[in-house]
Design a protein around this ligand. Structure first.
Ligand code: CA
Length: 533
């Protein structure tokens, strides 16, 4: 009898994992997902910011796990990226094509399927999909973009304000869930989704002095003039030079009264909402940090490239300070897993909804299919399965996450999902028929930053993009010889054969993913145009 109890104790213990019908251990999944964290702002990705050492903890996760070098989004913007992850379907299939849309929570999502497979599911932080999240046993989400200081959070029983810095608040809720609400009888899937490092880049007070004593290296394309790009690239509104606001984005002379007039019609006023929410003590500490710097800036009377360089430094430092908060969160969450004895049976994933321009091409923000915003970080640690320190070069997308989670859980992958499970890659296998190209489609125009709709194909070496709202505008890059995408080789005689082949492959991809949206959009656009003229 004693022996029998001991037997059950061992097999029911979470230390030994959860056993399904086939006697397979079901691992837990901790998915840490941030907003706008570009891979080149992660040490493990070897970008031009590596020398700053922005992410020691995430780099360690990479050393113990796997880094996906060629990881891409399907539509480079916050809400749509999250909708793709929920559904395993492209934007035109899940219906959330731009941030103005509302996600249909009644559709099939991977957390609902994980629940059916016996998982306990929870999400804390930024959802950005509007409405109450479905498919989760426990949740608390930021309304919309959320605030950096003392944010409101929406719980199943209503909205509450929580004091503290947003990244810490979200981490606290996740940690509390691990200790208080997690069931010992089920494997779990916990999504911790941070606002940081999204605009308007407000770090925690403890991180304000970080990087004060160094100059952040400048990207090689800080003064790009977009000579070879389609006209749209010259009419965008995301330049550090012309569009990044000294007051609203960089907090110059920012007072609680907030009497500075906005410099643009489409001014992002989130700084105002954020600072209004700070306590007097927080605001005083903030002002004390920036006041001497602002005085020095006024005295220097910078203009032209010097002014761009100053703006870049303040922006990049604040961005990286927000990243530091995220890095600390990853550390804390892993420490809690260790304390609970869950570390050996929990897959830890770090990803972010898309990349970002950190001065690259002279820009901030995302949206384009150019490399800096097309790429998204993906780092996975799976003790006992992933060979530590592995790096994969296969083309993967956020489209693949849902099916990956389902395969990990031993659940069937619905036929209408459009991605591929990454589990074979995680196990170190070499699938022969892995995809040779990815498909991308961005829709939000006209809107903030004025990036026109475009779609395209990217292979390991080439990228072909079609901007279809203003006639036939194309860009074509050889990423091997031109990784910064400076020379548009579209229409060059020497590349015509290859260009036509890629055009056909792009058409095939649209057929395969059943994307007819450009045709209807073009029809709408021209109808509007004809009505006006
Ligand atoms: Ca984002």
């Amino acid at each position: 009898m004693i022996k029998l109890s001991f037997f059950f104790l061992i097999f029911l213990s979470p230390f030994f994992g959860f056993i399904d019908a086939k006697d397979n251990v079901k691992p837990n999944i901790l998915f840490v997902f941030t907003d706008d964290h570009a891979p080149h702002a992660i040490g493990a990705y070897d970008g031009w910011l590596k020398s700053v050492n922005p992410t020691p903890v995430i780099d360690k996760l990479a050393q113990e796990g796997m880094v996906f070098i060629n990881s891409f989004c399907t539509n480079s913007i916050c809400g749509p990226s999250r909708a793709v992850i929920q559904t395993g379907k492209h934007s035109h299939k899940n219906g959330f094509m731009n941030n103005g849309n509302t996600f249909d929570w009644n559709q099939q999502t991977f957390p609902k399927l994980l629940q059916k497979a016996g998982y306990q599911t929870a999400i804390y932080g930024k959802s950005h999909l509007k409405g109450k999240p479905l498919g989760y046993d426990d949740w608390a989400v930021l309304p919309g973009q959320g605030l950096y200081y003392n944010p409101d959070m929406i719980f199943p029983d209503g909205k509450k304000q929580i004091n503290g810095y947003c990244t810490d608040v979200v981490t606290d809720l996740a940690v509390e869930w691990l200790h208080e609400k997690r069931s010992d009888e089920k494997p779990f899937m916990l999504m911790v989704q941070h606002k940081a490092p999204h605009r308007n880049w407000m770090p925690a007070l403890r991180h304000l002095p970080l990087y004060d004593d160094i100059e952040i290296p400048e990207p090689p394309t800080l003064f790009d003039e977009w000579k070879d790009n389609v006209p749209a690239a010259r009419f965008q509104e995301l330049e550090i030079d012309r569009h990044m606001d000294l007051n609203y984005d960089l907090f110059l002379d920012l007072t609680p009264a907030f009497d500075q007039p906005p410099s643009q019609k489409r001014q992002d006023r989130s700084a105002w909402h954020n600072m209004k929410r700070m306590t007097p003590e927080q605001l005083e500490a903030w002002r004390a940090h920036y006041a001497p710097k602002d005085a020095a800036f006024r005295k220097a009377k910078l203009s032209g490239k010097d002014l761009v360089r100053w703006k870049f430094q303040r922006y990049a430092k604040n961005y990286l300070r927000c990243v530091k908060g995220v890095d600390e969160s990853v550390d804390r969450l892993q420490q809690e897993l260790n304390k609970l004895g869950l570390d050996q049976n929990t897959i830890v994933i770090y990803s972010s909804d898309q990349g970002f321009y950190i001065g690259d091409h002279g820009w901030y923000d995302k949206r384009w299919m150019y490399e800096e915003s097309l790429k998204m970080p993906l780092i996975v640690k799976w003790p006992g399965v992933i060979k530590p320190g592995s790096r994969r070069i296969e083309l993967v997308q956020n489209l693949d996450y849902a099916q990956t989670f389902l395969e990990i859980a031993g659940a069937p992958q619905p036929k209408d999902m459009q991605g591929l499970s990454l589990v074979p890659l995680l196990k170190g296998e070499q699938p022969k028929d892995w995809r040779k190209e990815i498909y991308y489609h961005y829709y939000e125009y006209p809107s903030v930053h004025m990036i026109p709709r475009h779609y395209g194909i990217r292979t390991r070496r080439y990228k072909l993009m079609h901007f279809y709202q203003f006639g036939e505008q194309w860009e074509f890059y050889d990423l091997k010889n031109d990784p910064d995408e400076i020379s548009n080789i579209y229409g060059q005689k020497i590349h015509l054969k290859l260009q036509n082949r890629l055009k056909q492959r792009l058409k095939n991809l649209q057929f395969y993913y059943e994307d007819k949206s450009d045709i209807s959009i073009r029809k709408d656009y021209f109808q509007k145009f004809w009505k006006k003229s």
